[in-house]
Design a protein around this ligand. Structure first.
Ligand code: FAD
Length: 236
């Protein structure tokens, strides 16, 4: 008889936070009960515009929170894909980015000020996003070279497209869930990428952001990540 007791958890509030935590805990074997005084998903979660705009919304003084928000936003696509697979419902996650518009001179001045602040924060290079967006593989390295001097953080992930789709312009996000993969299995040459970053004196982290993990059995995921870390350590 197993002596592992699955914990019983009570969560108060069935908004996006309570439901997400409850789902994750239940996946790990906890017996979860969510108490809702009203109807699930009808609180702030219903009112939200659904913007995930860590960079556009960051304000001076929020530098540390910003790092957390950016990490959190980076976790969203994999979370959304898993949720869609489990529920059979479309989340309609869009990743075009956020356009901030100024409609008059005051707003323009504020935007300019904000832009200068954002430049100080530097850029996160989300390595596979340009490939995901539809750029041909051969064009990626020129893009990395362009941005490398301003990069302060790097998210490493990869995609393995069929040969006839690698070097053509694809529709944005084309079959991403099908073809995303661990760093060591994809088309993007991380040796070349790290060479470009090194040349630009990049000294930040190479952070694994594997959105393909849910394709692996839970018992194998830690090994996949360990292998990715080993690959990146060799290149660092
Ligand atoms: C107008 C608006 C726009 C927003 N836009 C964005 C956006 O664009 N992007 C973004 O990231 N975030 C946005 N947010 C913030 C986002 O909506 C919240 O951070 C998020 O929904 C919080 O989720 P939650 O589950 O904590 O809260 P809620 O969704 O409010 O869930 C809390 C639940 O707890 C229940 N509850 C409370 N007390 C009790 C009790 N005692 N017993 C039983 N049940 C109880 C409530 O009925 C409710 O259903 C926005 C918020 C608002 C209000």
């Amino acid at each position: 008889m197993s002596d592992v007791i699955s914990p019983r958890i009570a969560i108060i509030g069935a908004g996006v936070i309570g439901l997400s935590i409850g789902w994750r805990l239940a996946q790990r074997g906890a017996a979860v009960t969510i108490f809702e005084r009203d109807a699930a998903g009808q609180g702030a979660s219903h009112a939200a515009a659904g913007m995930l705009a860590a960079c556009a919304e960051v304000e001076p003084g929020e530098e540390r929170l910003f790092a957390l928000n950016r990490q959190s936003q980076a976790l969203w696509p994999a979370f959304a894909a898993e949720l869609e697979a489990a529920s059979g419902m479309a989340v309609d996650l869009r990743r075009e980015g956020t356009l901030v518009v100024a409609l008059n001179a005051d707003e323009r001045a504020r935007l300019q000020h904000h832009l200068e602040f954002q430049h100080q924060l530097g850029l996160t290079l989300d390595v596979a996003n340009f490939y995901w967006w539809g750029h041909p593989l051969q064009d990626l390295y020129g893009i990395y070279e362009k941005f490398a001097p301003r990069v302060v953080h790097t998210h490493c992930k990869n995609i393995h497209y069929p040969d006839d789709k690698k070097n053509v312009r694809r529709e944005m996000g084309w079959e991403y869930a099908k073809y995303n993969c661990p760093i060591y299995d994809g088309d993007i040459d991380f040796k070349r990428l790290t060479g470009i970053l090194r040349q630009a004196n990049y000294s930040g982290d190479l952070c694994v952001e594997d959105e393909s993990l849910s394709k692996f059995p839970e018992t194998e995921r830690a090994e996949v990540i360990k292998k990715e870390i080993a690959v990146l350590k060799k290149l660092a």
